[in-house]
Design a binder for this molecule. Structure first.
Ligand SMILES: [Mg+2]
Length: 378
């Protein structure tokens, strides 16, 4: 690559094709499922509550703040959660109630803007650069929205206010629960520089570990790397890391964004050859993917397994089912069936991925017994 080309690429990567200062608010309900349960059952208030799972099995889908003080968090095995917090109260999720509350929250958003991009039942980006009630100060608007949500639903929301989605999302965590924070254009680069990369939204544990091996611990470390270096090491994501290291994110708030698939993948620290670590990974991936589906109120009919070998060659195996998936156990079962078609592995495996596509809404389905298998008391 010549010098000139490289500079052009870097300029494009930094400046993109947008030159507008946006006002973005990321609204995130506090401990959403658990807070709804505490709202509706006074006996649960002030107590450690886990939604999903049971004392004996399953996975915690959401934990109340009281439970979090014991180190209980979502995605934790229920057995571990119970050990950390012996008084933990397990309640069954009521997705139909969460969906109804979510609809109320969106109605509040729509009083201010039509540019609403929901990320899940309890989280959304709002572009309020132009807003319906002409509130000039985005922090005032965020406070107004949170007050309205409280009045309408009785629940607390936190908010992050910034000039792009990445920073708004990071900001909503800063004063959680029941708080808000702003990251202005003047603050953005410094905020990112000081942030550990493992806290960046979109940088998972595998990427964070790889960055650590490359000597990248903070946003400042990331910023020191050239675009070429990041693309060489992280492929398509390299440009994204290059931009966010500078607090730059040109993604628009997309109201009608339709999700095509939900997937997760993980790189092994050492290449694997045996079936046992592969099936253990499939189980973890299936549970993770299903949690995302659940939170987004989605299911799907196509399961895809991705296998990347030690030499970086990648294969996928997919199967479309006659009926939509009903639970994590089914997803795991189909992913394992696909795994069986490539075992014994022709060489070491460095990465496995599981994706669900041919998505459809779960809303309206009467939950069957099998659908609740993850949550059922033994
Ligand atoms: Mg939340």
């Amino acid at each position: 690559m010549s010098d000139v080309t490289e500079r052009t690429d870097e300029a494009a990567a930094v400046f993109g094709d947008v030159d507008v200062v946006r006002k973005i608010i990321h609204v995130d309900m506090d401990a959403f499922y658990a807070s709804v349960e505490q709202r509706d059952d006074p006996d649960l208030r002030g107590k450690p509550v886990a939604v999903g799972g049971s004392a004996a099995r399953g996975v915690v889908a959401a934990a109340s703040y009281e439970a979090r003080q014991y180190g209980v968090h979502s995605a934790m095995a229920s057995v571990t959660a119970k050990r950390r917090c012996p008084d933990l109260i397990f309640v069954k999720p009521r997705f139909e109630v969460y969906r109804a509350v979510s609809a109320q929250i969106r109605t509040v958003f729509a009083e201010h803007t039509d540019l609403i991009e929901p990320l899940s039942l309890d989280e959304a980006y709002l572009d309020v650069t132009e807003n319906k009630q002409g509130i000039a100060i985005a922090t005032t608007l965020a406070q107004t929205i949170r007050d309205r949500i409280k009045a309408v639903t009785g629940l607390n929301a936190s908010a992050g206010i910034s000039y792009n989605k990445f920073l708004a999302k990071m900001a909503s965590d800063l004063n959680k629960p029941n708080g808000q924070a702003v990251i202005t254009p003047a603050m953005g680069p410094r905020f990112v520089a000081e942030l550990p990369v493992k806290k960046f939204h979109g940088v998972g544990p595998a990427t964070a570990a790889k960055m650590a091996r490359l000597g990248i611990a903070t946003g400042a470390d990331l910023r020191e790397k050239s675009l070429g270096f990041l693309q060489a090491n992280f492929g398509k994501s390299g440009g994204w890391y290059y931009r966010i290291a500078r607090g730059i994110d040109h993604r628009a708030v997309e109201p009608s964004r339709e999700r095509k698939s939900v997937g997760a993948e993980d790189t092994f620290s050492d290449d694997i050859f045996d079936i046992a670590p592969a099936t253990a990974e499939i189980k973890a991936l299936a549970e993770k993917v299903w949690r995302h589906c659940e939170a987004k109120d989605l299911t799907g009919r196509t399961v895809t397994l991705k296998v990347k070998y030690a030499d970086f060659r990648q294969i996928t195996r997919a199967r479309t089912l006659p009926a939509a998936l009903r639970n994590a156990a089914e997803l795991e079962q189909w992913a394992n069936a696909l795994l069986a078609t490539v075992f014994p592995f022709e060489k070491g495996v460095r990465l496995l991925g599981v994706t669900v596509s041919s998505l459809e809404q779960r809303s309206g389905d009467a939950p069957s017994d099998t659908q609740l298998v993850l949550w059922r008391e033994p």
